[in-house]
Design a binder for this molecule. Structure first.
Ligand SMILES: [Zn+2]
Length: 185
């Protein structure tokens, strides 16, 4: 338990540092600094220590064993970079995820992929992962098209091509805001 405590703490810190580096590249200093702070709350932290394996997410591990994760309920309700924060099953159509959180999500996914894949990490992993889970994502079609475009470009041209304000701003406004009836960017 003591080892898992420190290993999980290290994993959270390492993950947050990577997200910070990615967010700064995109001009989102504050998003990077405050990313995933709720992971230090007891409800999230201790469950994740218990289900820590070093490979994959402890939340996914807890969910697999118990059918649900209390840490996840806590996390998704407080962290706007998760699709689930914005999901409302009563909506006719899901709203657009605001720009800064949509980008923080990308920074998070890249960091998670680096942490979990270790030396097997490659920029193509993001597109593979996104395509594999595409049908389970509760986001509107414009958001899906946005992420597909970003991850495809990342596969073809690498991380630095997409992790910058100019690329992300123009891709977001082109795909998400154009032809959209809500402009909550
Ligand atoms: Zn998070």
């Amino acid at each position: 338990m003591r080892f898992k405590f420190f290993r999980h703490l290290h994993m959270v810190n390492k993950h947050r540092f990577l997200v910070f580096v990615h967010c700064v590249k995109c001009g989102l200093f504050w998003r990077g600094l405050t990313h995933d702070l709720s992971k230090y709350s007891p409800v999230e932290f201790f469950e994740s220590v218990k289900y820590y394996t070093g490979k994959g997410s402890p939340i996914a591990n807890c969910r697999k064993q118990n059918g649900y994760s209390l840490a996840w309920f806590h996390h998704k309700g407080r962290n706007k970079h998760h699709f689930e924060y914005w999901y409302d099953n009563k909506n006719k159509e899901q709203i657009n995820i605001p720009y800064k959180y949509a980008v923080e999500h990308i920074c998070d996914e890249i960091a998670a992929s680096k942490c979990y894949n270790g030396k097997d990490y490659a920029p193509t992993k993001l597109l593979e992962y996104f395509n594999k889970h595409l049908n389970s994502y509760l986001i509107n079609d414009r958001m899906k098209a946005f992420y597909l475009k970003v991850y495809t470009d990342m596969s073809n041209f690498g991380e630095n091509y997409i992790l910058n304000k100019k690329y992300l701003k123009s891709t977001y406004s082109e795909i998400v805001l154009n032809g959209s009836n809500n402009s909550n960017n």
